[in-house]
Write a protein that binds this ligand. Structure first.
Ligand code: IMP
Ligand code: MG
Length: 202
């Protein structure tokens, strides 16, 4: 069987971007129907890969919450759930330290097949930091799964993901778990957000 590729999503139309005012949602970039369809393919991909082996799914809070809630109900696998918390400090003094990762204890990771699930792969700094920390707990295997992957203007991410839902343009997105200032996570579709003047991407 041919493995379906990540779906490619085009840039929101110029017309819809023009209708947006500062900090407003631009039209839907990925619809709930597209998400449902792609999750069915992704879960088939994962179920086939793991061949009924036990998996520890490590949810990267908070953005991956909605994605994972929908995904896991489709996985026909013996599944354990663990959570990871990542804090990035945009302040100049702490930026060089990279993201701070809080993981479950080694009992949940050592010798386990870990599947890290995050909402979006952007620079890759988050996934790279998580991987580095998980590796210290000596898991049997680490794989990664992201709902979205940004086609960044400045080149590929630091690390790649093993499973990808959608490739999206280099725009800031919200909805379906993704936030801006912790808002918009509950939107059922994924939208591009045009940031207001002076507002920076976090
Ligand atoms: P990275 O470390 O640059 O790969 O960024 C990954 C994290 O940044 C994700 O887990 C998100 O929390 C956040 N992020 C990156 N791009 C976006 C976006 O467009 N919308 C919302 N959150 C984003
Ligand atoms: Mg996140």
């Amino acid at each position: 069987m041919k493995t379906p590729r990540p779906q490619s999503v085009q840039h929101p139309s110029r017309e819809s971007a023009d209708r947006a005012t500062d900090g407003e949602l631009v039209d839907t970039l990925v619809s709930r129907e597209q998400i449902t369809q792609r999750l069915a393919q992704l879960s088939d991909e994962l179920t086939a890969h793991y061949q009924a082996a036990e998996v520890t799914l490590l949810v990267v809070l908070t953005g991956a919450l909605v994605f994972v809630a929908d995904l896991i109900r489709r996985l026909e696998l013996p599944l354990r759930i663990a959570v990871a918390q990542v804090s990035s400090y945009p302040g100049r003094s702490t930026r060089s330290q990279g993201p701070t990762v809080t993981l479950p204890g080694p009992a949940d990771l050592t010798g386990r097949r870990v599947l890290v699930a995050d909402d979006i792969l952007d620079s890759g700094a988050t996934l790279a930091a998580i991987r580095q920390r998980i590796d210290k707990a000596d898991p049997a295997e680490v794989r990664t799964c992201v709902l979205l992957r940004k086609r960044r203007a400045d080149g590929p991410p630091l690390v790649q993901a093993d499973h990808v839902g959608f490739d999206i343009p280099d725009v800031f997105v919200v909805g379906y778990g993704l936030d801006h200032n912790n808002l918009y996570r509950n939107l059922p579709d994924i939208h591009a957000l045009r940031l207001g003047e002076g507002e920076e991407m976090p």
